[in-house]
Design a protein around this ligand. Structure first.
Ligand code: NAD
Length: 517
């Protein structure tokens, strides 16, 4: 296919557009149309970008700027990005198959407001916290400083390309770090555009660099680079493990946001109208390609048949169709590999004894002949030890698991390698809150799903990750901690140096270790 008619995008290193002799081809998952090419970086581009970021950090224009200055520049960038939001929405959905409703509200709507939140956080964060005055062994005062770490590497996935990158560059930039981003191979366009907007609106060159490329080449070089001081990753648990291994060589700081297999627990007192829609929304939004999706519906055995019947009836109203149509509820999945992988999970579940209550197949014919289309799928007859209940499918597949009593619901919910998010559906808030305390997950939503509050931490228990993004302490993970210790003892006589140097001439041992009064 000719690539001459589609736009070609360049990397951004040190404020300069950079081309490469290799190109990545980007396709619309809805119709497999080639939409753009992008310069494909390699390890040498990572080296250049890291050196540029390091130089920018050391020169201090950004890293030692006042927090008020950083906040003001970040707000200017957010405003300019807001003006460009139609372009950003288009760039994002062209590559990742999000529907226009989803891309407008969640992908770009969240991303820009979250960037603004990090600008505000730069001003309210406790950059210096005094410790309690110490009297033993000598009078002294310590102050704990939070400082930027240096060069941050950010490796991000395709499902929310800009949002999940902003969860990293937002706190990184607010703290004064310089950043090299490695976006996913499918979706580098929105972050490239955002970085160009940032440059035009006051971010010094070299502070934010974007190097598209393959994970095992560009991502791996970034994760292992000796001059990268921290690596922030969102993606699969398998790659997260590899990132940890690569980062261990230089003992760099690591935060990981990984996969999930969220339970959606329907209690016997749930408002069924809400719970049915909520469970479907929690699983099928964005074709199940959200890490914190509720993909295991846990339903009281006594209500199982009625609940499944209502789920199926409602799922039948979900409109699968072109992503740019405002009437469309569900778009395609990301690519052919993922399409085949999801279908093979469904086949495997069937072979293991699950029944297809709804969907269970690819959608083909007419408008669906091109692209990667799947019917939203509901499986029953699933036990929690089946592969379909244990592994992350990352597609529109909901399994329904019956339970007897709240204790069993909690046990099944927690019987998972993952622990990212959970939903509880109940008409009794106290009961929901009590159950939430016993769920092993970083986020528990009572009577809701997919609620991301940028003012509260987000992240996973167990194999869903390490560390938290968002919330008032989001900058902690992008800062080094320095304790500055100020002696207030008044001179040599008060010091306990005698533990090394023997008694001082004045014979006063009252401040020696072990003799303190
Ligand atoms: P992925 O792990 O395949 O890829 C993520 C990123 O890692 C991409 O940029 C990729 O190029 C890079 N990468 C791949 N191999 C690498 C290597 N060897 N070294 C360094 N980098 C490498 O994940 P994906 O398919 O893009 O995204 C889906 C996964 O992400 C799902 O498991 C999902 O649950 C998870 N996810 C988690 C969150 C969260 O916040 N916890 C959010 C979104 C997605």
């Amino acid at each position: 296919m000719s690539t001459r008619t589609v736009p070609h995008h360049l990397m951004l290193i040190g404020g300069e557009p950079v081309d490469s002799h290799r190109r990545m081809h980007l396709f619309d998952p809805g119709d497999e149309r080639l939409i753009a090419t992008v310069a494909q970086g390699d390890a040498s581009h990572v080296d250049t970008a890291v050196a540029t970021a390091k130089a920018a950090f050391e020169c201090g224009t950004w890293s030692r700027a006042t927090t008020q200055h950083r906040a003001a520049v970040m707000r200017r960038i957010a405003t300019a990005a807001h003006h460009a939001s139609d372009d950003l929405i288009e760039l994002e959905m062209a590559c990742n198959g999000a529907t226009i409703r989803l891309a407008t509200g969640l992908h770009i709507g969240y991303a820009l407001s979250h960037f603004n939140y990090f600008a505000d956080l730069a001003e309210t964060y406790a950059w210096q916290r005094p410790a309690q005055v110490q009297t033993f062994p000598v009078l002294s005062q310590s102050v704990v400083h939070r400082e930027p770490i240096g060069v941050v590497g950010a490796i991000t996935p395709w499902n929310f390309p800009l949002l999940l990158t902003i969860w990293k560059i937002g706190p990184a930039l607010a703290a004064g770090n310089c950043v090299v981003v490695k976006p996913d191979e499918h979706t580098p366009l929105s972050i490239l555009e955002f970085a160009r907007i940032a440059e035009r609106n006051g971010l010094p060159p070299g502070v934010l660099n974007v190097v598209p490329g393959d994970g095992p080449e560009v991502g791996a070089r970034l994760a292992s680079h000796p001059d990268v001081d921290k690596i922030a990753f969102t993606g699969s648990t398998a790659v997260g493990r590899e990132i940890m291994r690569l980062a261990s060589g230089t003992v760099k700081q690591v935060t990981l946001e990984l996969g999930g297999k969220g339970p959606s627990i329907v209690l016997d007192d749930a408002d069924l109208e809400l719970a049915v829609d909520g469970v479907l929304y929690g699983c099928f939004a964005y074709s199940g390609q959200i890490c914190e999706s509720g993909t295991r519906a846990l339903v009281p055995a006594t209500m199982h048949d009625e609940f499944v019947e209502r789920l199926v009836a409602r799922a039948a109203t979900i409109v699968v169709g072109p992503t740019r149509d405002w009437e469309t509820d569900l778009g395609p999945v990301i690519d052919a590999t993922q399409h085949a992988r999801i279908l093979s999970y469904i086949d495997g579940a069937r072979a293991a004894g699950a029944a297809v209550a709804h969907g269970g197949h690819a959608i083909t014919g007419g408008d669906f002949d091109k692209g990667f289309w799947l019917a939203p799928t509901i499986l029953t007859g699933v036990a929690n030890d089946m592969t379909i209940a244990r592994e992350e499918v990352f597609g529109p597949v909901l399994v329904v698991i019956p339970y007897d009593g709240d204790e069993q619901a909690i046990a099944i919910a927690n019987d998972s390698d993952y622990g990212l998010a959970a939903s509880i559906w109940t008409s009794d808030n106290a009961r929901g809150l009590a159950m939430a305390e016993r769920i092993q997950a970083g986020s528990v939503w009572i009577n809701d799903a997919h609620q991301i509050n940028c003012r509260a931490p987000f992240g996973g228990y167990k194999r869903s990750g390490i560390g938290r993004e968002l919330g008032p302490d989001a900058l902690d993970a992008y800062t080094e901690v320095k304790t500055i210790h100020l002696d207030l003892s008044g001179g040599r006589a008060a010091k306990p140096y005698d533990v090394l140097l023997g008694n001082a001439d004045n014979g006063d041992t009252s401040n020696d270790f072990g003799h303190a009064g």
